[in-house]
Design a protein around this ligand. Structure first.
Ligand code: ZN
Length: 310
């Protein structure tokens, strides 16, 4: 298996983030939990109906986080797939929502609609011919024909393409498929979450992590064995040592910093988001891992109330 598993970013106010991703973009809220390393704060997961790998966008909403700055060594844009004929629908919807957006452009033969979320996170919608035939999560005012179909990919802003490109190609199952201006495209086998573009930006200012920044990009491993093989290749061929495996409840993860400075994660496809609640009610209750269950009362007391969309 290859491709993006999830993207995790830093947000500001939880309710603003929740409202934008569930109402404006119409993603499904698939898990309400806490940051396992900072359990007084939320960890939100959005995705398709089941939160399948390749559709999962997650946030650490830290109400008082200082704004980040996009720069070298950071993820510049997270791109979401929509049907090619839905660009007009979304341009109109972003105007109505008051979201900051650019006029559509064309890159690698695709129509790209760039915009930012309320925390300034760089996003884009990519019009993909045929995406209308892929499954979609729908909400009241976004019909299935226009709904988001998971990730198209990410754009990484880096000093140089080569070292990171080698990790993508040798270890993560991507193939270098083209270049357009400063953008070099890498593609994996899957349609959903299958693109990594590297924007070569030598001499640009380094990025600063904060509100609106992508914290890390996670790639897929189908199981523990494939993940262990990735770790082995990273160390033996590239001299990069990943962390020990951590249990993230919905997947098992290892982490490493790629040569350009961005935090990468390798996450297993299993067990997924239905491990602790049924698919019909995903995202309804606050879910805690077993080691935090004894602290539920204290945790619930400090988390802000969240309006769950009907
Ligand atoms: Zn992650």
């Amino acid at each position: 298996m290859s491709g993006i598993h999830h993207v995790t970013a830093i947000a500001g106010r939880p309710n603003v983030n929740f409202d934008f991703y569930t109402r404006t973009l119409g993603l499904r809220f698939v898990k309400k939990t806490v940051n396992f390393d900072d359990p007084g704060t939320y960890h939100f997961y959005y995705g398709d109906e089941a939160g399948n790998p390749g559709t999962i966008l997650t946030f650490f909403p830290w109400e008082h986080a200082a704004p980040g700055r996009v720069g070298v060594g950071q993820t510049q844009t997270t791109a979401l797939r929509i049907p090619a004929q839905s660009i007009g629908f979304w341009a109109h919807r972003l105007v109505e929502a008051g979201a900051k957006h650019e006029a559509p452009i064309r890159r690698f033969g695709e129509v790209v609609l760039e915009f930012t979320d309320p925390d300034g996170m760089g996003l884009s919608l990519i019009g993909v011919p045929g995406a209308e035939n892929e499954p979609a999560w729908t909400t009241g005012d976004i019909p299935a024909e226009h709904a988001i179909r998971g990730f198209h990919g990410v754009t990484l802003m880096l000093d140089s393409v080569e070292l990171t490109g080698a990790i993508l190609a040798d270890v993560l199952g991507f193939t270098r498929v083209g270049q357009e201006g400063p953008y070099v495209r890498f593609k994996s086998e899957g349609a959903v979450g299958g693109i990594v573009d590297i924007r070569e930006a030598k001499g640009f200012l380094p990025g600063r992590m904060g509100r609106g920044s992508v914290h890390h990009v996670a790639f897929r491993a189908k199981d523990d064995a494939e993940q262990a093989e990735i770790a082995r290749k990273l160390s033996e061929v590239h001299g990069i040592y990943a962390t020990e495996q951590r249990d993230r409840q919905y997947f098992r993860s290892i982490y490493f910093r790629e040569p350009g400075g961005i935090l990468f994660e390798i996450a297993t496809d299993a067990p997924g988001f239905t491990v602790d609640e049924p698919i019909a009610t995903l995202g309804t209750d606050l879910k805690l891992p077993r080691f935090l269950e004894s602290k539920r009362q204290q945790i619930e007391a400090v988390l802000p109330t969240l309006e769950v969309a009907a």
